[in-house]
Write a protein that binds this ligand. Sequence first.
Ligand code: FAD
Length: 509
Amino acid sequence: MQSNQIRSVVILGGGTAGWMSAAVLARFLGKLDIDIRLVESEQIGTVGVGEGTVPIIREFNGVLGIDEREFIRRTQGSFKLGIAFRDWGHKGNRFFHPFGDFGEYIEGISPHHHWMKLRKLGNTTPIDDYCFSQVAAKKGRFAPPPREMQPGLPSYSYAYHFDAALYAQFLREYAEQRGVKRSEGKVADIEQRGEDGFIRALKLEDGTRLEADLFIDCSGFRSLLLGRSMKTDFIDWSHWLPCDRAVTAPCAKAEEFSPYTTATALEAGWQWRIPLQHRTGNGHVYCSRFISDEDAEQALRDNLDGELLAEPNLLRFSTGHREVFWKNNCIAIGLSAGFMEPLESTSIQLIQTGLARLIEMFPDRNFDPIITAEYNRVGRLEFERIRDFLILHYCAGQRDDGELWHYCRNMPLPDSLQHKIDVFKSSGRVALGAEESYREPSWRAMFLGLGIYPQRYDPMVDKIPQEALRKKMAKRVENNYRIAETLPSHQDFINRHLLATHQKIATEK
Ligand code: FAD
């Protein structure tokens, strides 16, 4: 051990962020003889939502060595090929944000340019039909793509839906088996060093004192260490993303067990539908300036497709982030670092990328401010890029049935987003910046889905003779439908998956 090595870490909070942090630290620091302790309060509880994810969650489980079948079984999980957007842009509009593209590039040119050319020539095939994920999703089919890419097979990715509380429990077992210790109790006081503000110890209500070199703040919206104790300002983005509340409720599992999330725009917000094995998760995210809590709850109830299983739960939030995520010897992960509404299920992703950066830049007891500044620089960019992607969902709408949509249509946009919109309108290109979580296929899907079309297609498309292009593109759609038919239904796939796990466990015994 180097003399300055971190010897102890305390994680405050046992929600998804806390136990994800504990699992990652146990996995990567396990052999370094570092004492890792998590403190949480059952009395305070967790936020208890967070059911949708994006594909990089698979990398997270992968580095921890978690078996997918075991994970799906333990978390009542299901599979997610993307998000079906309903009534965004205008009422009756339907489009899909897939974890995949609209097919392979042709002659080095993105398929949406070829689609635009055919569209100009009168072809009415919707762009979504060129995307395999969308076709499979529409048909309710799912199987993971083969590990090795095979010629002729469309490429796509997938993520999960799961019960966040069960996931935290699952990770708790993982972390505790690898040496993480847990303390139950409420933090009543935080001791800081007078000379530089570093945290020295957390004091629990029962008098226990927890000292550490490094503190990870996973205390949720309270942001007890980084926000309250270290007085780190909150950068508020409510003027761009004005939704500030959610009313959530589970309902009985419906017949439609879709391998995707549904996000339906409503008058003052939108509603999610997330199918899990044992229930369907629902939430109405809304802007409290434009609808009362009572009306928001009623809207949620009116849009359920199964019997309500619990009374609706109201959550309040602000969109934005702490000015820095890492200060002195304290790093905030999860809601304590910031929050953007769950339209694209990005919070667990931000937990994951925050942890990946922490491991990459793991400090010693000198806490070099250069490393801290770099961690914060990348984190800020990442937040801003996702923010822009979310704003796009709102600002491009033509809906005229609610003040929210009127407000969003007329609000000044961040320059970075305005630039992306202008470039796409002018040329069909996506002007990606650094630290983008969402790559070209996602931006293209949202632009086109919301009705933002480029003025022209890429002139290079004209290299391909019209008839040959028509045939090639028609073949793609045909292939997508044909291959999708060969996949099992989402439910069948899960049944087989679980069966496989039970058999494996039985054989091992
Ligand atoms: P919490 O779950 O709030 O945990 C905080 C922990 O800190 C708890 O264990 C609590 O006991 C502890 N604590 C606090 N104060 C003290 C104290 N004084 N003493 C001791 N312990 C203390 N994310 C996604 O990725 N996908 C989604 O689909 C999604 N949907 C969401 C929908 C809504 C409406 C909201 C609000 C969030 C959603 N999120 C989603 C975000 C997701 O829920 C969170 O990112 C995730 O659950 C992590 O929360 P957390 O662990 O940071 O905080």
